[in-house]
Design a protein around this ligand. Structure first.
Ligand code: ADP
Ligand code: MG
Length: 266
């Protein structure tokens, strides 16, 4: 003991701080009190302190990754009405949420008419994956395409693609909404080809495959793009029997307003 500093909570806090253990800094005093009061074995105390630090780290990591993901706020699984999903997809959902397919660099393609919940589902999965310690980026396709185009013009496309590589999953929301020019579709194609079999993409689209030539212009590139994204993928289709949630909401709101109007005699 002679070479050690006199034991004190302050010194412990300083050491925890130097070791970048912010949770431990906060709780070490209280943990010591509890340990003394309850007569904890030394192992129990140390284990408690380290476990709390690890839990704190996980929480901070998830917070940081959620922020970096740009996932739309509130579009989580808890706000998503799963009863609206086709039965096949509902059964598949727990498996998709677990995210093993991300570890296998597989893709998810979500098709359906506007307002059927494609974006919400993709985002909800994104939140689940972050919670499972994975990295996710959510981006409207036009946004990503713009970013890649700018990078290409500045001769930084490689660098930009490598930056995107940090994310195990990129959710491309609404593919098919943007590509006006050949250059735009080229960077999009490069991005997909680059991730093929290495990293996952989730794609939402109102366009079925036969309409993807609108995105990739020429038939060869279209076929090549479809081939790559489909190769290892799960396809989720919202059948045409799933009506627009937005439209239903609007009808419900109008009906409520009308009913209220009738009750109050307006
Ligand atoms: P899409 O991307 O297919 O056009 P969205 O995911 O944007 O549709 O859904 C439109 C709106 O309806 C959003 O506000 C979304 O949160 C909501 N919504 C759609 N499906 C569901 C659902 N199953 N449960 C709860 N809200 C939903
Ligand atoms: Mg959408």
């Amino acid at each position: 003991m002679s070479q050690l500093e006199a034991p004190s909570v302050d010194v412990l806090r300083q050491h925890c701080k130097a070791l970048r253990m912010p949770t431990a800094v906060q709780i070490v005093g209280e943990a010591l009190d509890t340990a003394r009061r309850e007569d904890w074995p030394l192992e129990t105390f140390l284990q408690h302190l380290l476990a709390q630090e690890l839990a704190g780290r996980r929480q901070r990591r998830i917070q940081r990754r959620t922020k970096e993901s740009h996932l739309p706020i509130g579009k989580t699984l808890s706000t998503f009405d799963q009863k609206r999903l086709p039965l096949r997809v509902r059964r598949l959902l727990p498996q998709l949420c677990r995210g093993e397919l991300i570890d296998r660099a597989e893709n998810i393609l979500i098709f359906g008419l506007p307002g059927t919940g494609k974006t919400h589902l993709a985002a909800a999965l994104g939140y689940e994956w972050i919670d499972g310690d994975r990295t996710v980026l959510f981006t409207p396709t036009y946004h990503l395409v713009g970013r890649l185009l700018r990078a290409k013009r500045d001769l930084g496309l490689e660098h930009e693609l490598r930056r995107l590589d940090r994310f195990q999953v990129v959710i491309l929301d609404d593919i098919g909404y943007v590509q006006q020019s050949r250059e735009e579709m080229e960077v999009l194609f490069t991005f997909l080809a680059e991730r093929y079999e290495r990293r996952s993409v989730v794609i939402t689209s109102n366009l079925v495959f036969s309409e993807w030539s609108q995105i990739f212009k020429d038939p060869l590139t279209t076929a090549a793009a479809i081939d790559r994204v489909v190769h290892h993928s799960v396809i989720v289709e919202f059948g045409s029997d799933i009506t627009s949630y937005r439209a239903e909401e609007a009808t419900r709101r109008n009906r409520t307003k009308r009913d209220e109007g009738e009750v109050t005699g307006e």
